[in-house]
Write a protein of this length. Structure first.
Length: 508
C-alpha cells in the first residue's frame, strides 16, 4: 500500500482535499485505487502491481489550487512525505521539457534556469531534513518555486514558437471558433460571432434531433445553418455520434444490450445528418468522447468498430470533408473509476494504428467544476499534454475549451466532502471575469504556438442554464461582452499580425 504523510505548519495535517484524487501508474495511466485520509496520512490501496503516484488538488502560492501528481514510487511501510514527492515530480518533468523544447542552452532563460536551480537546491535540503515535518516544509517551498518556474518556462516557450509560427505564415484562414447557441439566431449574436471567430460550431445532439423514434426536430439547426450560410460564415458540425447520457435519446435504451441494433441506428442517424447538412458543413467531429462517455458499456472492440464506421461513412458521403475524432477528459481520470472505458491516448493511438479513415484529432478542455476531467491544471501541464499529440502524427483541433468567470458554488445542503469538490481548483486567484480573460489569453498563446494545433474553439458564446462550465460564456446571459470576449477579439488580431501589443508583455 502507498501512503503519503501530509504536514501543515509543522504538524500532521488535520484535513486534505481528496476531491478528484486518483492513483496513476508509471505509464501515466490512472489506476483503480481506494484513497483515504486519517491522522495526517493519505493511504492509497491500488489494485495493480508496480510503482505509482498520487494526483490530488493542492494549493500552490501565487499559482492557485491545481491538480498535481507525485513522482511514481514503490510501495513501502513508511509513508512518503507528500510535499517532497510533489516537488520531486514537478522538477523531474521540468528537466524533461527543457530537453524536449530545446531550451537547455537557449538565450533568455537564464533567470528561469536560476529559479529551477533554486528549486532543486531546496528539494535537496528537504531530502536531507531531520524530520518529516521539516522535509514537508522545505518540499512545499521547493514545489512553489518549481511550479512558478515551470509556468514561466511555458510562457517563454509559447512566446518563442508563437512568434516563429506567425512569421512563417503558419496559420490557416479558420483558426478561431465558438459553439453556436441553439436558440433563435439574432443580429446581436451574429455581431458578436462575426467580431471574434472565423467559424461557428453547430451542436448536433441526437437526443434533440430525434427526441422520439422517427420523430425529428430540425428547426433549431436549420435556422442557424440558413442564417450562417447567408452570411457566408464557415461552419463545423459536432458531434455526429456521442454516447454521453445527455446526447443519447431515451427511446434508444430499449436496445442497450443489442450492439448490432444500436450500431445500425447510429449509422442511420449519421447518414441522415450528413445528407441534410453536408452541402453546408465540410468539417465534422465524427465521433466524440466514446472512450470516456460510454453509457451502453460497450467493449473496446465495439467502440473501435463504431469509430471506424462513423469516420468511414462520413468520408464515403463527403470525400473532401475533414473528419475529426474528438477526445474528452484528456488526463483520463475517469479510467480510475470505470475500467470499461479506454484511456484517451490509448484510444487515440488505436485509431491511428487500426487504419481508421480520419484526418485529425479533436480535444476538449474544461476547467473549473469539481468533476473528473475538469479539475484545474496549470499551463505547464496543459502545454505538456498538447505535446503528446504531436507524436500521433495527426493535426489537432481544440474543439472546446472553457473556464468560468465566477466561482462554482456548491448547492445549499451539500455535505462538506462534496462541497470541497464543487469547485475543481483555482488558477492564480478566485475565478472572475478578469481571471477568465487572462487564462484565455495564455491558453490561446500556448495552444497556437504548437504547429500541429490548427483551430481553437471556445465552448459557448453566452452564459446559459445547464452549460458544462457554469459562467463559462464569453458573453453574460444578457449578451453583454465579458472581458474574455474582448480579449479573444484582441488575441485574434494579434495572432493574425494586426495587433500592436507584444506577446511577451501580454503573457507575463
Amino acid at each position: 500500500m502507498l501512503s503519503f504523510a501530509v504536514y501543515s505548519n509543522g504538524e500532521p495535517a488535520e484535513k486534505v482535499n481528496l476531491a478528484g484524487a486518483y492513483a496513476v501508474g508509471t505509464d501515466d495511466v490512472p489506476l483503480r485505487a481506494e484513497i483515504g485520509f486519517s491522522d495526517g496520512v493519505i493511504t492509497c490501496k491500488k489494485r495493480a502491481a508496480g510503482p505509482a503516484g498520487l494526483a490530488l488538488l493542492w494549493e500552490v502560492p501565487d499559482v492557485g489550487t491545481i491538480m498535481l501528481e507525485t513522482i511514481r514510487v514503490p510501495e513501502r511501510e513508511k509513508p512518503y512525505v507528500l510535499q517532497v514527492e510533489l516537488a520531486r515530480a514537478r522538477l523531474m518533468r521540468i528537466n524533461h521539457k527543457l530537453e524536449d523544447w530545446g531550451l537547455l542552452d537557449y538565450a533568455g532563460v537564464e533567470d528561469i534556469a536560476a529559479q529551477i536551480d533554486k528549486g532543486r537546491a531546496t528539494l535537496i535540503k528537504a531530502l536531507q531534513a531531520d524530520t518529516p515535518a521539516g522535509a514537508a516544509a522545505l518540499g512545499n517551498e521547493a514545489l512553489g518555486i518549481a511550479v512558478q518556474a515551470s509556468e514561466q518556462l511555458t510562457q517563454y516557450h509559447a512566446e518563442v514558437f508563437l512568434g516563429r509560427r506567425r512569421q512563417s505564415g503558419g496559420f490557416g484562414r479558420r483558426v478561431f471558433g465558438c459553439l453556436a447557441p441553439l436558440d433563435t439566431p439574432t443580429d446581436t449574436v451574429h455581431k458578436h460571432l462575426r467580431g471574434a471567430v472565423d467559424f461557428v460550431t453547430m451542436p448536433v445532439v441526437w437526443r434533440e434531433v430525434e427526441p422520439s423514434e422517427q420523430t425529428f426536430n430540425w428547426r433549431p439547426l436549420d435556422a442557424w445553418v440558413e442564417a450562417l450560410s447567408k452570411r457566408e460564415v464557415p461552419m463545423k458540425g459536432s458531434a455526429l455520434l456521442s454516447f454521453n447520457e445527455k446526447h443519447v435519446p431515451d427511446w434508444i435504451y430499449i436496445w442497450e444490450h443489442d450492439f448490432d441494433t444500436i450500431r445500425d441506428l447510429a449509422f442511420e442517424h449519421v447518414r441522415r445528418v450528413i445528407n441534410r447538412y453536408g452541402q453546408y458543413i465540410q468539417t465534422w467531429d465524427v465521433i466524440s468522447g466514446i472512450h470516456a462517455n460510454n453509457c451502453f458499456t460497450f467493449n473496446f472492440e465495439q467502440l473501435m468498430e463504431l469509430t471506424r464506421m462513423t469516420a468511414a461513412l462520413t468520408k464515403q458521403i463527403l470525400p473532401r470533408s475533414t473528419a475529426i475524432i474528438d477526445l474528452v477528459a484528456p488526463w483520463g481520470e475517469y479510467y480510475a473509476r470505470n475500467q470499461r472505458t479506454i484511456p484517451p491516448l490509448l484510444y487515440a493511438d488505436m485509431a491511428v494504428q487500426s487504419g481508421v479513415n480520419f484526418d485529425a484529432f479533436g480535444l476538449q478542455l474544461y476547467f473549473g467544476p469539481g468533476v473528473d476531467g475538469m479539475f484545474v491544471r496549470d499551463m505547464f501541464q496543459i502545454s505538456s499534454l498538447l505535446d503528446l499529440f504531436a507524436k500521433l502524427g495527426k493535426p489537432l483541433h481544440i474543439t472546446a475549451v472553457q473556464v468560468p468567470s465566477n466561482s462554482v458554488v456548491a448547492p445549499e445542503g451539500t455535505d462538506a466532502g462534496e462541497a470541497a469538490g464543487a469547485e475543481g481548483g483555482l488558477w492564480r486567484r478566485p475565478w472572475s471575469e478578469e481571471t477568465q480573460s487572462e487564462w484565455l489569453y495564455q491558453f490561446y498563446a500556448i495552444a497556437l504556438s504548437k504547429p500541429f494545433v490548427e483551430t481553437v474553439s471556445w465552448h459557448t458564446l453566452a452564459d446559459h442554464a445547464g452549460q458544462t462550465v457554469p459562467h463559462g460564456g464569453l458573453l453574460r446571459s444578457d449578451l453583454t461582452p465579458k472581458a474574455a470576449y474582448n480579449r479573444l477579439v484582441e488575441t485574434r488580431s494579434e495572432i493574425r499580425g494586426g495587433g500592436s501589443k507584444g506577446t511577451r508583455g501580454a503573457l507575463v
